[in-house]
Design a protein around this ligand. Sequence first.
Ligand SMILES: [Zn+2]
Length: 110
Amino acid sequence: MSAPKSTPDPLDVPPMESLRERIGAIDEHTVDLLYGLEPVFEPDSGDAALGAYVEYQCPYCCEIIGTSVDLTDGSRSYIEDCQVCCQPIALSLQVDARGDLQGLEAERAD
Ligand SMILES: [Zn+2]
């Protein structure tokens, strides 16, 4: 077994030439890839103690409604108007002892 001769010798490429190629390859898109990695929105960034974003189906118009709920008060029920059809929806929030959302029920309140 002899070493393959097709492997290019790294010393064949002048350092400056290789550097210029790399600089030339960095366009706006590449910069975005390099520096645009920070997520704008973090759904699970420790917000469990304050509230949560939930989605439920409106019992009147069957639209999926997204809303923020306050989990600091524990389990409770309250009325929220549908953002689409403005009908009153009775929301039942189930929160466990750790303040984590266990469930959400949406029923007609009329
Ligand atoms: Zn509705």
